[in-house]
Design a protein around this ligand. Structure first.
Ligand SMILES: CC(C)(COP(=O)(O)OP(=O)(O)OC[C@H]1O[C@@H](n2cnc3c(N)ncnc32)[C@H](O)[C@@H]1OP(=O)(O)O)[C@@H](O)C(=O)NCCC(=O)NCCS
Length: 156
C-alpha cells in the first residue's frame, strides 16, 4: 500500500531532477501476482519509519540464498513520503538497514539513478562509495537513465 503512491509519484527513476526513484513502474507492479510480492518480502528484511498516524518511509534489504552471493545484500525500495522528507528519516532508515546488515553480510549494494541528487547524497552521507556507472541502466519510453552503483563494506 505504501509503495504504490511512491511508484506513482516517481514513475521512471530520474524523470525529474529532484525525484527519481524506482526501477519498476506502478503499472509493472499493479499487474504482478501476489506470489511475486510474497517472494520479494520473504527474501527481504523491510524497515519502516512510523510517524503518527502511519508509515512515512520504508527501505528493503534483499539477500541472496546462493552460496557464492550470500555475503552481499541489496538495498531496494528506499522511499520517504513527501511531507516527511528532509527530517532525517531516510538517514535513520539507512542506519537501521546497515545496523541489521552488519551482523549478516559483508557488503551492502545499491543502484541509484545519476540525476537523483537527494538519494546520492543520502547514501554518500551513510558512507556508501561509488564503484560503477551503468550506462542506459533503465529505459522508460524512449529515454534512458544511467545508474550509479554504490557499495558499503561492513566488515562482518
Ligand atoms: C531520497 C530520500 C529517501 C531521502 O529521504 P529524507 O528522509 O528526505 O532524507 P534525510 O532527511 O534523512 O536526509 C539525509 C541526507 O540526504 C541528503 N538529502 C536528502 N534530501 C535531499 C535533497 N532534497 N537535496 C539534497 N540532499 C538531500 C542530505 O545529504 C541529507 O543530509 P543533511 O540534511 O545533513 O544535508 C527521499 O527524498 C525520497 O524518498 N525520494 C524519492 C524516492 C527515491 O529517490 N528513493 C531512492 C531510490 S535509489
Amino acid at each position: 500500500m505504501h509503495r504504490c503512491p511512491g511508484l506513482q509519484g516517481h514513475p521512471p527513476r530520474g524523470s525529474a531532477p529532484a525525484s527519481g526513484a524506482f526501477a519498476s513502474t506502478f503499472e509493472d507492479e499493479r499487474d504482478r501476482p501476489l506470489d511475486w510480492f510474497k517472494e520479494l518480502i520473504t527474501q527481504s528484511r523491510i524497515f519502516g519509519a512510523v510517524l503518527a498516524p502511519g508509515l512515512v518511509g520504508v527501505v528493503g534489504l534483499r539477500s541472496n540464498a546462493d552460496a557464492k552471493l550470500r555475503h552481499k545484500a541489496m538495498i531496494w525500495g528506499m522511499y520517504v513520503r513527501h511531507e516527511a522528507r528532509q527530517h532525517g528519516i531516510g538517514e535513520r532508515l539507512i542506519d537501521a538497514a546497515v545496523a541489521y546488515a552488519s551482523s549478516h553480510v559483508e557488503q551492502l549494494q545499491l543502484a541509484v539513478v545519476t540525476e537523483n541528487e537527494a538519494a546520492r547524497r543520502l547514501y554518500a552521507k551513510a558512507a556508501f562509495i561509488e564503484y560503477g556507472h551503468q550506462i542506459n541502466a533503465l529505459k522508460h519510453g524512449e529515454r534512458y537513465y544511467d545508474d550509479i552503483l554504490m557499495v558499503k563494506f561492513l566488515g562482518a
